[in-house]
Design a protein around this ligand. Structure first.
Ligand code: NAD
Ligand code: LMR
Length: 328
């Protein structure tokens, strides 16, 4: 496919909160100058609202928007897509644990994995934002045996961005001064945002901060529980920031991460850092030409190791739960 042909991008849950922010940024060129064709999947009752969103997309007259198709049948909407952003899922509401979402969302991601397997383009990349994102990605991946496993990823870029922002505030640095942030593990409260390999203006972040109490009792819980704090404050889950992170992740995946930096992506584990093979676990990765590679050789101390294992254990429990439900 030549680069002037439109990039076909599927977005599921397109009539939802995240969709309302995501679609306009995709359509206005956030992934580059290449024209984009949007394929929007929703459940039938939400199609009318989605028609309204499409009217608004039309009214923006975006030069990069080559077309929009909407529907409720995954086999039609995913036909020939190069990028699928799986956002549609039931969001966590006040007082609800992420584990409660496994069953509710499992069925969605089995069906969508199967549909992608049959009709997506050969070069498809699939990013899962809908929660529980890591395990939803595992379900979709397992149900799409003909798509290489490396083409699936779950979103931890929002956590990565949150961690950068917290560190910038603590050190007085600007966000662009911060490099090599890592989120390890699950997009959940067990995630481990790692300052021991991050840098502020080229210097080790943990040494720069030099405040283990802040690192342990402020930074890590603030980042890990930020989603819940936003739900508590807004009454609904993060939307614009989640859309922004979904774009950051897709852009870097397709076009590559910066030469002096890496990004966090939840991808299938190859056993690196002792993470059980096959789990969808967030690692530091370098992206290039549409592929990712886990950053190797980082030294892991006992503090980091125990947190990396705790979040892996949660993912193992989630995997076992969906296995029990027959979803993988
Ligand atoms: P929302 O409820 O506003 O929108 C979800 C949309 O998905 C709804 O319009 C719904 O009709 C649709 N949907 C449900 N089942 C579907 C299906 N089978 N096919 C297609 N569409 C379907 O929710 P939101 O605020 O946009 O959040 C979407 C998801 O993203 C939630 O799971 C939320 O928890 C998650 N999220 C993830 C992150 C992250 O960093 N990974 C951050 C924020 C939110
Ligand atoms: C977030 O991180 O904002 C979302 O995943 C919301 C949640 O359910 O924690």
């Amino acid at each position: 496919m030549s680069d002037s042909s439109p990039l076909k991008v599927a977005v599921t849950g397109a009539a939802g909160q995240i969709g309302y922010s995501l679609l306009f940024r995709l359509a206005s060129g956030a992934l580059g100058d290449r024209p984009i064709e949007l394929r929007l999947l929703e459940i039938e009752p939400a199609l009318k609202a989605l028609e309204g969103v499409v009217m608004e997309l039309d009214d923006c007259a975006f030069p990069t928007l080559a077309g929009v198709e909407i529907g409720h049948e995954a086999d039609k909407i995913f036909d020939g897509v190069n990028l699928a952003l799986l956002v549609g899922a039931r969001p966590r509401t006040k007082g609800m644990e992420r584990g409660d979402l496994l069953e509710a969302n499992g069925a969605i991601f089995t069906a969508q994995g199967k549909a992608l397997n049959s009709v997506a383009a050969d070069d498809v990349r699939i990013g899962v934002t809908g929660n529980p994102a890591n395990t939803n990605a595992l379900i979709a991946m397992t149900n799409a045996p003909d798509i290489p496993k490396e083409r699936f990823s779950a979103l931890t870029r929002l956590d990565h961005n949150r961690a950068i922002s917290q560190l910038a505030a603590k050190t007085g640095a600007s966000v662009t001064d911060i490099k090599k942030m890592t989120i390890w593990g699950n997009h959940s409260a067990t995630q481990y945002p790692d300052l021991f390999h991050a840098e502020v203006n080229g210097k080790n972040a943990a040494e720069t901060v030099n405040d283990q109490d802040w690192l342990e009792n402020d930074f890590i819980p603030t980042v890990a529980k930020r989603g819940a704090a936003i739900i508590e404050a807004r009454g609904s889950s993060s939307a614009a920031s989640a859309a922004s992170a979904t774009i950051d992740a897709a852009r870097d995946w397709l076009h590559g991460s910066a030469a002096d930096d890496w990004v966090s992506m939840a991808v299938v584990s190859d056993g690196s850092y002792g993470v059980p093979e096959g789990l969808i676990y967030s690692f530091p990765v370098i992206t290039k030409n549409g592929d990712w590679e886990i950053v190797q050789g980082l030294e892991i101390d006992d503090f980091s190791r125990s947190r990396m294992e705790a979040t892996a254990n949660e993912l193992i429990e989630e995997r076992d739960a969906v296995k029990e439900l027959g979803l993988i």
